[in-house]
Design a protein around this ligand. Structure first.
Ligand SMILES: Cc1cc2nc3c(=O)[nH]c(=O)nc-3n(C[C@H](O)[C@H](O)[C@H](O)COP(=O)(O)OP(=O)(O)OC[C@H]3O[C@@H](n4cnc5c(N)ncnc54)[C@H](O)[C@@H]3O)c2cc1C
Length: 451
């Protein structure tokens, strides 16, 4: 995750206690707009529900309001799931967009439960129709189906027991969301309701209903054709648990910034489920790119045996806003394991003219697990501004804040810290840096998960 919302840090003392204050950056402020707009749309729907149906009593008004908010929240989950790249800056990256998507889904679930509890009763005010009855039953069915689907998504990793629903099964169940949303839209459209003079609420719900459905159809049936670019495997090599692929484009090249990622699938090799991987090389004129993929689960373990030179690969992207060029003159890059991939792309992109002073610390379990050392050495030779070191836990022990302070050729508290790797490493180092009075001015990180 690109922690864009955090800005420069001011460390001071108040009543003997240390406080840390962050001045928001432009990117940080921009990344708040998306979540605010999403919340605003839900609030407007709720407010219109209350105002429009207040004459029918508080229970009816609340029932309609939470139902309307649920429709808007669901619609927005489907819109964000379509990965609209134009919206990425408003959320601070795709990972944050997915986090908002997840919380919208959970909010929709709660709102639906409330709507079920406060089910508006207009039996005495409207004449019942068979279509209205059917729409009411359809709503009940969609409510139960949604409850099951959202519960599966929410409890993807079951709490307290280390059981995880396989990603493919979870993803497959997620595909039905659009169908159930269509039933909800039908319910909202045809359920028997009193005639209301002010059409604002129904207009708003119709807009969100259509937008959600269009987004779902786009995600499931159109995006695949529109967004995916074809590549060929030019080279494939194995290093410990990491497979490195060099891909060349068939047709128009993809334009990306170092540090961005793409979703990869290889239907010809039986790997049709798209998975996200960082492009570990800098952009080249022939459009060729490199991916370094660590075997961590079912898909990534099958990959080295399933792929052959010359096979076709599909790429969707690029996505992501992890970009060191937005940082200050002194930078520490801290990588753990396969979290080195964005730093490899950055190092590959450094030129003689680089003005920032950069030191990379690359933590691996054993020296043999380190990848991309040639890229790092070449970058260090190209520019004296870049230096790096590899810390192998098995040989050197775990990286400590003290070690980091000692090895970085400038004061840590004057630098930005860019991190990619296990959260435990980041949290441990940051806590100890803070205790040593060496909190970096800005911390930015990328997580290799959307959960
Ligand atoms: C932005 C980003 C960049 C990444 N860059 C790299 C990289 O450069 N190199 C690298 O080795 N790994 C990278 N990863 C991690 C990589 O995507 C996962 O290790 C891989 O998808 C695991 O798939 P699996 O089926 O082998 O493992 P599983 O055991 O099935 O999955 C392990 C976990 O990976 C996640 N996952 C699985 N499938 C998907 C999917 N289709 N989409 C999203 N998440 C999924 C889930 O959280 C799951 O719990 C990156 C992840 C993200 C989000």
């Amino acid at each position: 995750m690109n922690d864009a919302a955090r800005g420069p840090e001011v460390v001071g003392a108040a009543s003997g206690r240390r406080f840390i204050w962050q001045i928001p950056t432009f990117d940080g402020i921009l990344s708040l707009i998306g979540p605010l707009l999403v919340a605003l749309a839900c609030c407007i729907a709720g407010g219109l529900g209350i105002v429009t149906y207040a004459p029918y009593g508080p229970a009816a008004a609340i029932g309609v309001a939470v139902g309307a908010m649920a429709v808007v929240a669901m619609s927005q989950t489907l819109i964000l799931a379509a990965r609209p790249s134009v919206l990425e800056p408003l959320f601070g990256g795709l990972d944050r967009m997915y986090r908002v998507h997840k919380w919208l889904g959970i909010s929709a679930l709660v709102l639906m439960i409330l709507h079920d509890q406060f089910e508006p009763d207009f039996d005495h005010t409207v004449r019942e129709t068979s279509l209205g009855d059917f729409a009411s039953d359809a709503g009940e069915f969609a409510f139960n189906a949604f409850l099951a689907l959202i519960a599966i998504s929410w409890f993807r990793r079951l709490p307290f027991i280390r059981l995880e629903i396989p990603y493919q099964l979870w993803r497959f169940s997620h595909r039905f969301m659009g169908i159930f949303f269509a039933i909800v839209v039908f319910h909202q459209f045809f359920v028997d309701m009193p005639n209301i003079a002010n059409p604002s609420l129904s207009q708003l719900l119709n807009i969100f209903g259509i937008a959600g459905l269009v987004a779902w159809v786009h995600t499931e049936f159109i995006a695949r054709r529109l967004r995916r670019r074809q590549f060929t495997v030019r080279a494939i090599s194995q290093h410990a648990e990491t497979t490195t692929l060099t891909l060349t484009p068939i047709g128009p090249a993809m334009h990306w910034r170092p540090g961005q990622f793409a979703f990869i699938s290889a239907p010809d090799a039986g790997l049709s489920e798209p998975h996200p991987f960082t492009i570990s090389s800098a952009p080249r004129s022939d459009g060729a790119l490199t991916l370094s993929i660590r075997a961590l689960g079912g898909w990534t373990r099958r990959l080295p045996n399933a792929l052959r030179q010359g096979m076709h690969i599909e790429l969707e992207g690029p996505y992501g806003r992890f970009d060191f060029r937005k940082g200050r003159a002194h930078q520490i890059w801290l990588a753990g394991g396969v979290g080195i991939t964005p730093f490899l792309a950055w190092a590959d992109s450094l030129t003689k003219a680089e003005r920032r002073k950069i030191h990379l610390v690359y933590c691996v379990s054993t020296p043999g697990n380190a990848i991309g050392l040639e890229t790092l050495r070449a970058a260090a030779q190209r520019t004296a501004q870049f230096s790096f070191e590899v810390i192998a836990t098995a040989q050197d022990g775990r990286l400590t804040a003290e070690q980091l302070i000692g090895s970085v050729p400038f004061p840590v508290r004057e630098a930005d810290l860019w991190f990619c790797g296990p959260t435990g490493l980041k949290n441990g180092i940051l806590k100890d840096l803070k205790a040593s009075g060496q909190t970096p001015r800005q911390v930015r990180y990328e997580h290799f998960t959307f959960a």
